[in-house]
Design a protein around this ligand. Structure first.
Ligand SMILES: [Zn+2]
Length: 249
């Protein structure tokens, strides 16, 4: 069984997203004995990118520049993007094309068969989460994410589990690591050979199992504080830049 995490971020392209570099994330993943990892850097098709141009940068650059390093640590790095649409986000796994050719959520139907489309944290209470739009566009998705970010009495994954069962879609466990401490609590075991084709096929065939243990309360609290601080500072920056359009970029 392969130990995999399809959803993580680095500071390589969008430095404000994380504090860790690609090498630091790979090193930590190697320590935790991961076999498969994705840097799913963001690409944004909403107005947010007008205020933060880094979300229009090539999201695959971290994959290209660090796949050899990952391989040297025994990790298969799979190219991926977390694309943000007005309806919500989609994780594109084994995506190697030009993301600008998929500017709407509907355009994902034109993706090659080799790309896995996963709904990340679909029922979390943020505007980038798909929510009801997931069921509306369910035919575009191959799998649904089970996020690491939950507590026993506060688990926003429950609806995702229900929908996955209802639609016979696989669930994959991920860290969405913006911080190293997020890695390794929730991940996916895949019954596949260690090559991308075999992994994509195994996920589609639901040959996957989630391993998940809840975050320590201290880590959950720390992540929640960082998350809200980042969200409010982004809103503040957008408010300032709206007032001074010339200050953008
Ligand atoms: Zn993410």
């Amino acid at each position: 069984m392969l130990k995999a995490d399809f959803h993580s971020h680095t500071n390589y392209i969008q430095p404000q997203e994380t504090t860790h570099s690609p090498k630091q994330l790979i090193d930590r993943a190697a320590e935790l004995k991961f076999d498969v990892l994705c840097f799913s850097e963001h690409y944004v098709f909403t107005e947010i990118a007008d205020f933060f141009p880094v979300y229009k940068k090539d999201p695959l650059q971290s994959y290209r520049d660090f796949r050899v390093y990952a391989a040297s640590k025994g990790i298969l790095l799979i190219p991926a993007v977390e694309a943000r649409y007005k309806e919500g986000e989609a994780l594109l796994i084994n995506f190697t094309g030009d993301i600008r050719k998929y500017p709407t959520i509907e355009s994902l139907k034109n993706l090659p068969e080799s790309v896995l489309v996963i709904a990340p944290h679909p029922f979390f209470k943020r505007d980038m989460c798909l929510g009801k739009n997931l069921e509306k566009h369910i035919n575009l998705f191959d799998a649904i994410e089970y996020s690491h970010f939950y507590l026993p009495f506060l688990n926003l994954n429950k609806k995702a589990v229900k929908l996955a069962l209802k639609r016979s879609l696989p669930l994959v466990g991920t860290s969405d690591a913006h911080h190293l401490c997020q890695l390794g609590h929730t991940y996916t075991l895949i019954n596949a050979k260690k090559d991308i084709k075999s992994i994509v096929k195994a996920v589609r065939e639901r040959k996957v199992r989630i391993v998940s243990r809840r975050l320590p309360y201290s880590v959950f609290l720390k992540l929640a504080i960082i998350h809200f601080a980042r969200m409010f500072s982004a809103l503040y920056i957008m408010k300032i830049r709206r007032k001074k359009p010339n200050a953008v970029k």
